[in-house]
Design a protein around this ligand. Structure first.
Ligand code: NAP
Length: 307
């Protein structure tokens, strides 16, 4: 395979780590599409720290078509990245979407000019220590998982020889729902209580979490995910093994008064439940509460940046 043109859109924790790793492969010409100019970043992995030069654009008009786009904005920022996709995509481009939630194709395809859209489950932790300083932590198994198919090998090849391990699975939908199940309790409950994962050790929070999970499991099964009868209990038990001092991205976004990724998480469960006529009152309540917070944060941010 020859050299590949790759654009990373969004230089946060996930995009920063992806851009660093893609740049470590000699076969990729990497362009970073960001909202601020960053010419180099420090990449920490295990005990190593390296400084990596970046070719960063801040104006979509300067972008040119590429072979691969790796989209790393939060789900709610997908539409705002449309000007980048407009310039980067052709019918020969593939867009890998490194975002939480489900429905990546539906979210991205309308902006991708007929390019193929490849959803990816992100299992790695990407910490943005500073705008130009990222740390990669491996959580378990693969760092990224994509659906098995014609594009999966090509996508994995982008990261060959780098610290990011890409897997492919025929059971992608099931893994996607399992990841979503963790997110539909971890993110909203830490954000609403403003407490880290230790809050899940409370009996009342356990009862609430299991209720939220059982609703989401019913919806996931209706969508075709092969979830077990005791999936909710298994997910919760696994979850209790996570460090109590760990936060979630919605917890940090809530504290920083930023818009929240609620529509892509519990909002996706509520939308799918509606398609199948399944009642999901607990997920609906979480979406209402967090949408109110998110909309207020978005309005405040818009006022702050208004001329
Ligand atoms: N971080 C993790 O460990 C982790 C783990 C698993 C899954 N995920 C998921 O991965 C996705 C990305 O998460 P993240 O933690 O990397 O989020 P993040 O740190 O908030 O980074 C998102 C980046 O996108 C940029 N952005 C937003 N709109 C843009 C636009 N129109 N043009 C260019 N850049 C734009 C933001 O720019 P600004 O810096 O200017 O705001 C920010 O740098 C989310 O769906 C998240 O849930 C994250």
């Amino acid at each position: 395979m020859g050299r590949r043109k790759v654009a990373v859109v969004g230089l946060g924790g996930i995009g920063g780590v992806a851009a660093a790793c893609l740049s470590l492969s000699g076969d990729n010409d990497v362009t970073v599409c960001a909202r601020r100019p960053i010419d180099a970043l420090t990449f920490d992995h295990n005990d190593d720290s390296v400084r990596i030069a970046l070719n960063t654009l801040t104006d979509p008009q300067q972008a040119e078509p590429v072979d691969w786009v790796v989209l790393c904005t939060k789900a709610q920022d997908t539409a705002s990245a449309a000007p980048w996709l407009e310039r980067l995509c052709t019918l020969h481009t593939a867009v890998a979407v490194l975002q939480n939630g489900i429905g990546h194709e539906e979210r991205v395809a309308p902006h991708a000019k007929g390019a193929a859209v490849l959803p990816a489950i992100v299992y790695y932790n990407g910490e943005r220590i500073a705008p130009d300083h990222m740390r990669l932590r491996h959580i378990r198994g693969h760092d990224l998982l994509v659906p098995a198919g014609p594009r999966s090998d090509e996508f994995a090849a982008l990261f060959a020889g780098t610290p990011i391990d890409v897997g492919a699975s025929d059971a992608f939908l099931t893994f996607q729902w399992r990841k979503l199940l963790i997110n539909v309790i971890a993110n909203p409950i830490t954000a609403l209580t403003r407490q880290r994962l230790g809050v899940f050790r409370r009996a009342d929070i356990e009862e609430l979490s299991l209720g939220v999970l059982r609703e989401a499991v019913a919806v996931g099964r209706a969508e075709g995910a092969a979830l077990d009868d005791n999936e909710a209990e298994t997910i919760f038990a696994t979850f209790l093994g996570y460090p109590p001092e760990a936060g979630t991205s919605m917890y940090f976004d809530c504290l920083a008064e930023r818009p929240l990724e609620i529509e892509a998480l519990n909002g996706a469960v509520v939308a799918a439940a509606r398609r199948h006529g399944i009642p999901v009152p607990l997920n609906t309540a979480l979406v209402a509460l967090l949408s109110a917070i998110s909309d207020t944060n978005a309005a405040a941010a818009a006022t702050a940046t208004a001329p």
